[in-house]
Design a protein around this ligand. Sequence first.
Ligand code: NDP
Length: 238
Amino acid sequence: MKKLVVITGASSGIGAAIAKRFNAAGYPLLLVARRIEKLEALNLSNCLCEQVDVTDREAFSIVIAKAEAQYGPVECLINNAGVMLLGQVDTQDSDEWQKMFDVNVLALLGGMQAVLSPMKKRNSGTIINVSSIAGRKTFSNHAAYCGTKFAVSAISENVREEVADFGVRVSTICPGAVETELLSHTTSDDIKDGYEDWKQTMGGALVADDIARAALFIQEQPQQVCIRELLVAATRQQ
Ligand code: NDP
């Protein structure tokens, strides 16, 4: 029988696609995001939808306990929630740096802390952290965002080493450009236009389900097999 999977940022883009893939594969789900109406609109069975800002660690822990009371212990946590606010360091509002580090890095650490102790006790469990190709190489206007994603990749690998002896897996997915809402929150129209042009030069970005298949592939390996990192990008992306 499939066990509970928690997916953060499931209200759009990659997280919503992962929710659909895992639901179709028979996993009970806890879906978390701020826009509860978008979670509920996915209309998935065997699924608890909860309105949570992942930077609120207490609220996140409470809904995990609620889901566990219904479905049993968390088998897999997919830390997918993220924000990308592109800008140049000399002009970008520092509140945007704070927001990206709070959501992309600190909330991801908080999510892992909420589930890892019981996973270690059970000698079973999987964490899948969504980093980025921007966690492997830099891009113009991405300084703070790249900082968060390099941090996600480093933290994930470090935690993997910490929990490996307990039979717990930690994997990182590094997507290349994917067509989602992610870019829309950047405030500079010039930067957004440049990004759209760049996607055209590669003949278009991936779709969210391309990443969802990668996440399901990681989870469905036997527990003794850990895919440490998957970088998935459009064939023509440089
Ligand atoms: P979207 O903007 O479509 O989705 C982001 C998700 O994160 C939404 O569901 C949003 O939900 C959620 N989220 C943001 N802030 C919070 C918060 N404080 N609390 C709870 N949920 C939050 O973008 P993507 O699907 O593209 O992004 C998913 C992940 O993939 C991110 O980590 C991103 O960095 C990464 N990624 C994306 C790439 C791309 O090209 N699209 C490339 C590489 C990595 P809500 O607003 O309802 O709270």
